[in-house]
Design a protein around this ligand. Structure first.
Ligand code: BG6
Length: 375
């Protein structure tokens, strides 16, 4: 078992290992000069991938949140319809899948019972399967038709951090590969995306500098018992995982919700007793992202009128939200589809410092295990 090195907990060490995990997961699979993605271990032919009718993504916990982000990546880059499902629910739905479809099974451990069962169900139904696993030769990896390993290194802390960002990176690479194979991405587009991907680990190093801000925030909010995490579009899965991290390690109740959905109910909860953590980043080069950002500005103004305390994850230079929110943590510019890999980091750190401030067993939260081997 790797040691904690200079870190007080595995969780903090693994949060800070994320740039390395991204480099090791992305590097071997992309070629900048050829503008090509190489995924030998997928073991599914190009013509089969070209003919794919649909992709199903099935996973549990944090791995499912990666799959939720992957849905946006696949639909945007490869024009293929994607459904995302809880592994623990999948078998009860008489899943309408069959030949001509691909089921991607995402799992850090490669041993989660719900996810193993879901993969077996998909194969019985005739779907091809690809496993995304962080453990070489794990059960799920062995039983899949193809495998895409994340190379995040052993993840010891029960709360998943570096495996999560590596999962999203490998989903992005797979989406690029599908786009390439299905003729949706021209060479110049692929080259640009590969450049952005190769820059991502360096940008994540920069994001890690927010660690002391997150510690300060946890100190101020350590007594708070309920949080609402919000995100729009591809940022919604990150709101979900930020809420899950806080629940897992600090035992504080937190709910993740699509930002646009708060007006259909949750808004009744929002007042001075319910802090709102909103992901309100923007991609300056993406008009759709800028439109969504303006909607988030309007949401924040509404929450402030309801006297809520607002913590915003914003993009560098966003003075508008910096002045509206009570606390703001900024993320460097990156393409919309890659922002989730960066913006989860302050939420991981916030959850970590909340748990530390409450004197809890950060790496071994009560009632949880690293890999649930029972259904
Ligand atoms: C839970 C872990 O038990 O299982 C989570 O605490 C994890 O961190 C979930 O996301 C799924 O595990 P895996 O190994 O299938 O990704």
């Amino acid at each position: 078992m790797p040691d904690k090195g200079a870190f007080p907990h595995y969780m903090l060490k693994e949060i800070f290992e994320q740039p390395l995990g991204l480099r090791d997961t992305i590097g071997p699979r992309v070629s900048l000069e050829d503008a090509a993605i190489v995924l030998d271990d997928v073991r599914i032919s190009a013509e089969e991938l070209r003919a794919l009718r649909r992709v199903n993504i099935v996973a549990s916990g944090t791995s499912r949140h990666a799959g939720m982000a992957g849905q946006y990546m696949f639909q945007e880059l490869a024009d293929v319809p994607v459904d995302v499902d809880y592994a623990s629910e999948f078998e009860y739905r008489n899943p309408q899948i069959g030949p001509g479809e691909l089921t991607i099974v995402i799992t850090q451990s490669g041993e989660t019972a719900d996810t193993t069962a879901a993969q077996r169900e998909a194969k019985i139904k005739g779907s091809r399967t690809v496993a995304i696993s962080n453990v070489i030769d794990s059960t799920i990896a062995r039983e899949a038709d193809g495998v895409l390993y994340t190379h995040a290194g052993p993840e010891i802390s029960i709360a998943s951090t570096k495996a999560f960002t590596a999962q999203m990176a490998v989903l992005f690479v797979f989406a690029l590969y599908l786009g390439q194979v299905r003729g949706r991405l021209k060479r110049e587009q692929r080259r640009k995306w590969i450049e952005e991907l190769l820059e991502l680990p360096n940008t994540l190093e920069t994001v890690l500098r927010c660690s002391s801000d997150c510690e300060t925030l946890a100190e101020r909010l350590h007594a708070v018992q309920d949080f609402l995490f919000l995100g729009r579009a591809i940022h919604y899965p990150i709101a979900m995982d930020g809420a899950l991290k806080l629940k897992e390690v600090s035992y504080v109740h937190a709910e993740g919700y699509p930002t646009g959905e708060t007006k259909h109910g949750p808004n009744a909860l929002i007042d001075e007793n319910l802090p709102v953590v909103i992901i309100a980043t923007r991609d300056a080069n993406d008009p759709g992202s800028l439109l969504r950002h303006q909607k988030s500005v309007a949401n924040i103004k509404g929450f402030k009128q309801q006297h809520a305390l607002v913590i915003a994850i914003i993009s560098e230079g966003d003075e508008e939200i910096r002045h509206l929110a009570d606390h703001a943590i900024s993320i460097p510019q990156a393409p919309e589809l890659l922002l989730p890999i960066l913006e989860i980091v302050p939420l991981q750190l916030f959850a970590y410092y909340m748990a530390v401030r409450k004197g809890l067993d950060v790496d071994r939260p009560r009632n949880l295990v690293k890999s649930v081997m029972v259904e």
